[in-house]
Design a protein around this ligand. Sequence first.
Ligand SMILES: Nc1ncnc2c1ncn2[C@@H]1O[C@H](COP(=O)(O)OP(=O)(O)OP(=O)(O)O)[C@@H](O)[C@H]1O
Ligand SMILES: [Mg+2]
Length: 280
Amino acid sequence: MSEALINASAAETFTEGDRADADFGHVLGQGLDASHGVVLYVEGVSVSFDGFRALNDLSLSIDMGELRCVIGPNGAGKTTMMDVITGRTRPDAGRVFFGQTIDLTRLNESQIAQAGIGRKFQKPTIFEQLSVFENLELAMKADKVVRNTLFSRLSSEQGDRIAAMLEQIRLVTDAGRLAGELSHGQKQWLEIGMLLMQEPRLLLLDEPVAGMSDEETERTAELFLSLAGRHSLVVVEHDMAFIGTIARKVTVLHEGSVLAEGSLAEVQNDQRVIEVYLGR
Ligand SMILES: Nc1ncnc2c1ncn2[C@@H]1O[C@H](COP(=O)(O)OP(=O)(O)OP(=O)(O)O)[C@@H](O)[C@H]1O
Ligand SMILES: [Mg+2]
């Protein structure tokens, strides 16, 4: 499928009804077989650090196009879960699959990124001495298909992609500014934009609104809602007001496994969740 067609599909979002019959693997690209509508399977995963079980028989799955929120007390294993999905930490037991066929436990971190899983760390890894525009340009060209054009002029299609991304992350009027001059929240958006330039199918975001102003947090919620459907998102956050604005399905982790899963209202009314997390 041509790049133009892939971009054209960006405008569409998948509704619940579409999910059953849409051929996601075909729409969203090469290598990933998400024909069952599931982008990520985590099954029976355990990870121990010096005898301490950070993940304990953890199982969950994420649907294609889903926006999943993951909450839970400090030390519940949320970041460790992301470390396992992205190949930074190897599980002692269990299975981790990207779609039906890609065994993530057999790939290294860069292969997993290439396969289409992007991860946002808390501290943005942007180039502060370059402009916002140049940061997005570099991120786009990190893709091996266009790497050989690093010193060439942008094609009009590449220019359009950057322009569209600047709009999506609300940095149009800041395009020429040095990234180092941006506010904390704007730096976070830029990093998200850089990840998105590589067209990830699954995006993992660990505490994305920590340190943001209320207004930046609201705008980030709008951004995530606009990304769901085209991308699958897993968002770890402690900010419950933020979770409240974006939540569809929520997973509560506790002591390395799933304590509860459901709508925000369902998990908020779950007595065990109140005891270990929300009632504190
Ligand atoms: N590399 C490591 N070596 C040793 N222990 C670790 C390592 N990484 C995580 N842990 C431990 O595993 C447990 C789970 O940590 P993790 O960072 O996944 O929790 P979390 O849910 O992300 O918490 P928080 O909400 O505070 O970010 C913690 O007790 C932590 O100290
Ligand atoms: Mg964490």
